[in-house]
Design a protein around this ligand. Structure first.
Ligand code: BYC
Length: 329
């Protein structure tokens, strides 16, 4: 992908000649497929890019709990409720693995959370949309977790060891999430006409935001070329988005649902689907903090953090007491 990005002249990344000897040696290790570990030397920019991406990913996991939490008390059966709760708890676990991976790069969790709360750090645009019906739990699992898997499977092979290893377990759990979402969609589509309409309405609302999860088009992506050179990104935003469309359209057909894109068409030549224009204005608006739920999501996160202060204080007090007792023994 790197060669392709440089060839198309997308963004300038430094050539081997322009690198310092240390950077050249670092790049050679990456090109040989050697994993970079926390104590290895790394360029500052590599560290910064990873802190940015891994922390945004972590924030997405914990903010991603909120849209689904909206439906825990209203799940239609005890079984659905238990499954949804398990999924939401998994997301908290993903946040933990990812914050831990970010911490190995020398940044504290307090700092990362402060950046989330101040609005400095981003989280995935998708979690700024409301969950209006039970069918949204199906659409999120199917489309959002489905997209997450497509994006994250390659990350299991990325160059930074702790991130790559965290992704292995995350991906396994995401496949259960995607299946539970599709299972909800199947139940609704086999149900009454009203239930099927609920499923269609959820697909209509989540389709385009799910495609936006993969980030700006390759031509507009500022970080892609450098991340590809460092093997943080193995496939481009557009390639992964295309995979999502190719994989999901037959699943929608199986459900008897219509993808809300009049330009969607099978292309005999490419063996892939052509699809319509994404509304990038909407995407950038959400990134600027003006999506339907941006303010609510941040407020909820901040409140959860503030409400948890007593617990963090208690943990620290307990650890200090233990340390003092050990020192005295
Ligand atoms: N939303 O140059 P680009 C989940 C930002 S969790 C918000 O292409 P990059 C799940 C981007 O950060 C889903 N911001 O950047 C959880 C950059 O801004 P900065 C999260 C976005 O990093 C719970 C700017 O736009 N997954 O699946 O090379 C329940 C330019 O973009 C978005 C991950 O985080 C977006 N959608 O590529 C269920 C995966 N897209 O930072 C599910 C790991 C772009 O320069 N991350 N931006 O200010 C990645 O793979 C990459 O970071 C991205 C973006 C593909 C997202």
């Amino acid at each position: 992908m790197y060669a392709q990005l440089v060839e198309t002249g997308l963004k300038n990344v430094r050539s081997l000649d322009e690198m310092s000897p240390e950077e050249r040696a670092f790049q050679a290790r990456i090109d040989d497929g050697v994993k970079i570990e926390p104590k290895d030397w790394m360029p500052d920019a590599y560290r910064k890019t990873l802190i940015r991406q891994v922390s945004q990913h972590a924030h997405s996991e914990i903010v991603g709990q909120l849209p689904e939490a909206n439906w825990v008390t209203r799940a239609p059966t005890l079984e659905r409720k238990a499954v949804l709760l398990a999924k939401i708890q998994d997301e908290a676990g993903h946040g933990l693995y990812l914050y831990s991976a970010a911490e190995t790069l020398g940044v504290s969790r307090d700092q990362l959370l402060a950046d989330l709360h101040s609005g400095k750090a981003k989280y995935s645009s998708i979690f700024n949309y409301p969950t209006l019906s039970w069918a949204d739990m199906g659409a999120i699992g199917w489309l959002v977790d489905g997209s997450a898997i497509i994006n994250q499977i390659p990350l299991c092979r990325c160059s930074y060891g702790p991130y790559a290893r965290a992704m292995v377990r995350v991906c396994k759990e995401e496949s259960f999430h995607a299946r539970q979402g599709y299972d909800i969609m199947m139940a609704l589509c086999k149900g009454t006409p009203e239930q099927k309409q609920m499923a269609q309405d959820a697909l209509n609302r989540w389709w385009w935001p799910s495609l936006m999860m993969f980030g700006p088009s390759d031509a507009a992506s500022v970080n892609s070329a450098q991340s590809a050179q460092w093997r943080i990104k193995l496939f481009s935003n557009d390639e992964l988005r295309q995979r999502m469309v190719d994989q999901t359209v037959p699943q929608a057909e199986y459900l008897g649902l219509t993808v809300p894109d009049p330009d969607l068409k099978w292309n005999e030549e490419t063996g892939r689907y052509d699809f319509g224009q994404i509304d990038w204005e909407e995407f950038h608006n959400v990134l600027r903090g003006n999506g339907p739920c941006n303010r609510e999501r941040l407020q909820t996160r901040k409140k959860a953090y503030d409400d948890g202060a007593w617990f963090r204080d208690a943990l620290v007090a307990h650890a200090e007491k233990k340390q003092t007792a050990q020192a005295a023994a």
